[in-house]
Design a protein around this ligand. Structure first.
Ligand code: SAM
Ligand code: SF4
Length: 473
């Protein structure tokens, strides 16, 4: 019995595995081969990209073909992000634009998936104000996609899944088909959800309680990917390093290191409070493990870190950095920082700037604090005026730009191993792009045949955000 509660406009029921299989059969009979196509539009983080590949894989397994645009699709899945207000408003505006697609073709089914689909007020809003949206489907319940489509076909019913009670640990659905969008890079989700409840963050509410996959399942998936020619694996989790099932995260990394083949291993996103000595020790030569660590800092002020409920202080953060650099002085370090968290004084902000200078991050993803409904920080009375946050953000970006440029400068003249991703997105003829072991973006002239291969590139120029180089045969 799968204990997902399905609520449609009339009834509530519990979905069984047999019902799910029947639903999939019904959808397959309804789909018109060669004509019915699916379009998945994904916003947000890497976890969402991975979920988007599962939504697509599942839809293809039901008989849908792939559409290049929403206009030619019969199934449109909007895989939303809820981390900031801006992401939600963008998704809502795009969903609004799909009204005309439905009007032109009544067979069109529109589903809203992702984190927004787990926020009760957004689900209510979609139900009332977007009558052409057929269902919402939260991230923990992707496997229910066939059932929701079948409800529309069978009963013309719109369905809105109820979020689980906060203490419920959703089951892990192994075996959902995945349609990977890259042939040489793959996301591998190893754990889902988050138990940390940082006071600003919506994730624990929309992605549910932490749960980790069995290590055997993870290893089997990675072995299959490597055998099929994948050259870079990124382990994913909202708190990837709090992975715990039959082994802990450092043990999992070591076991992946034993898999033969030519590939790089990365992981994200780690929480400083869960960085163990054993995990740091993995950077002393675990095969495949790239010399790169993304470790969100969020703030350089202990007072703000405590208010954010982060469970570490600046001293703990710096000790991790020091130990990583002692093992590998060239390791690439990147981070996330929030600007304008409630109550952040100029002094707190200055402490963040000072820490950026002290650590010397290779790059930083910085975000202006966005109040999320239902989180404690949204209720704090000491919200920072938007113009103050924007001005601080500008200063942070300027500083980090200088630091990144300085970090990249010594790379000029070095020959680095680059995994070529393909033609430069800016369309410059004959230019390819790739990533170094540290994850730095490199542009270099080469033929299309280098795509998906490791190549050596001599760095000729280094800017803050990208390197340029020459292919060395
Ligand atoms: N689990 C990771 C961690 O503990 O740092 C991060 C996951 S979160 C999806 C990615 C980043 O979004 C966070 O590191 C944080 O900087 C940012 N973020 C989360 N909630 C935010 C909010 N309400 N406003 C602005 N940025 C936010
Ligand atoms: Fe959000 Fe904090 Fe969980 Fe990261 S650890 S997903 S920031 S609640």
């Amino acid at each position: 019995m799968i204990k997902y509660t399905i609520k449609n406009e009339g009834a509530q029921k519990v979905e069984t595995r047999a019902e799910r299989t029947d639903a999939a059969e019904l959808v397959r009979r309804w789909v018109i081969p060669g004509e019915s196509r699916v379009y998945v539009l994904t916003f947000g983080c890497q976890q969402n990209e991975a979920d988007g590949e599962r939504l697509l894989g599942l839809a293809l397994s039901l008989g849908y073909g792939r559409a290049d645009s929403p206009e030619e699709a019969e199934l449109i899945l909007v895989n939303t992000c809820a981390i900031r207000e801006h992401a939600e408003l963008k998704a809502l505006s795009i969903i609004g634009g799909f009204k005309h697609v439905k009007e032109k073709n009544p067979r069109v089914i529109i589903g809203v998936c992702g984190c927004m689909a787990a926020e009760p007020h957004r689900v209510e809003d979609l139900k009332r104000r977007y009558p052409y949206v057929s269902f919402t489907l939260e991230p923990a319940k992707i496997a229910s996609l066939p059932t929701l489509i079948a409800e529309v076909i069978r009963r013309k019913k719109r369905s809105f899944l109820l979020p689980d009670a906060p203490n419920v640990v959703p089951p892990i659905d192994e075996g959902i088909p995945v349609e990977r969008l890259s042939r040489h890079k793959a996301w591998v989700s190893i754990m889902y959800g988050c138990n940390n409840f940082c006071t600003y963050c919506i994730v624990p509410y929309v992605r549910g309680r932490e749960r980790s996959r069995a290590s055997g399942e993870v290893l089997k998936e990675i072995e299959g990917l490597v055998a099929s020619g994948v050259k870079e694996i990124t382990l994913l989790g909202q708190n990837v390093n709090s992975y715990r099932s039959d082994c802990d995260f450092s043990e999992l990394v070591k076991r992946i290191g034993e898999i033969p083949g030519e590939f790089r291993l990365r992981f994200m996103t780690s929480h400083p409070k869960d960085v163990s000595d054993d995990l740091i020790a993995c950077f002393a030569g675990t095969p495949h493990l790239a010399a790169q660590f993304h470790l969100p800092l969020q703030s350089g002020s202990d007072r703000i870190l405590a208010k954010m409920n982060r469970h570490y202080d600046v001293a703990r953060y710096l000790s991790i950095v020091e130990r990583l650099r002692a093992l590998d002085p060239a390791i690439t370090l990147t981070s996330d920082v929030i600007v304008g968290f409630p109550g952040e004084t100029e002094g707190d902000f200055q402490a963040t700037l000072d820490l950026l200078t002290q650590v010397g991050f290779d790059s930083v993803y910085s975000f202006i604090y966005s109040p999320r409904r239902g989180t404690p920080a949204a209720e704090y009375t000491d919200q920072i005026p938007p113009d103050v946050s924007r001005e601080r953000m500008r200063r942070l970006l300027d500083l980090q730009c200088e630091i990144s440029a300085e970090k990249n400068r010594p790379l000029v003249g070095q020959t680095l191993r680059v995994l070529c991703d393909g033609p430069s997105p800016d369309g410059a003829p004959g230019m390819m792009t790739g990533r170094t072991e540290g994850g730095k973006l490199v542009h270099f002239p080469a033929s299309d045949q280098t795509a998906g291969r490791f190549v050596n590139v001599r760095i000729d120029r280094a800017d803050a955000f990208a390197l340029r180089g020459t292919l060395i045969e």
